[in-house]
Ligand binder design. Sequence first.
Ligand SMILES: Cc1cc2nc3c(=O)[nH]c(=O)nc-3n(C[C@H](O)[C@H](O)[C@H](O)COP(=O)(O)O)c2cc1C
Length: 179
Amino acid sequence: MADPTLVTLSGSLRKGSYNRMLLKEARAAFGPAQVLEGNLNLPLYDGDLEQAEGIPEAVTTLANLIKGADAVVISSPEYNKGISGVLKNAFDWISRVEGMAFKGKPTVVISANAGRTGGETGQYMTLSCLVPLQAQIISGPTLCVAGAQNEFDENGTLTNDHYLEVLATRMQALRAAAT
Ligand SMILES: Cc1cc2nc3c(=O)[nH]c(=O)nc-3n(C[C@H](O)[C@H](O)[C@H](O)COP(=O)(O)O)c2cc1C
């Protein structure tokens, strides 16, 4: 059987993002796969823009990427105890594309944050937002990397064995749901 396709989505756009580092670890824990990274750097959702110009190409590309995936992993920081605006904006745009890209899609949500709860509040809000999109949420032990600035080495490798174990559990469950 061909390797499954795994789409990774980072709720942080910055290059040095800890959530991007966590996604790198998630890919490794998932095992052999075709891995595609979704680009969430989209225009702000605006109904006037949609009416005048239609769905932006970057949104269609992202929705098609998710539609074609066997599994999706989202890693995102919380911002001010809520979902990242980047991620919410992407969800809002995706919900405007015909065909419900997330419907039935096995999806895992994880997070890394500087704070002591590792983005747990934002993670739960992200999970709530996935409900109307009808994603197949693959739950398991919660992975919230707290104090993220202390948990990755200079190569961006996660060094905490507990977090690595939880990540392995979550990604193996995702793989099982994808096949
Ligand atoms: C606008 C903003 C809001 C933030 N709110 C929180 C927060 O609610 N909880 C928290 O633990 N850290 C918060 N932080 C700090 C982030 O955890 C930190 O910037 C982290 O590195 C962001 O993730 P990234 O490395 O993937 O970009 C916030 C940072 C920004 C820029």
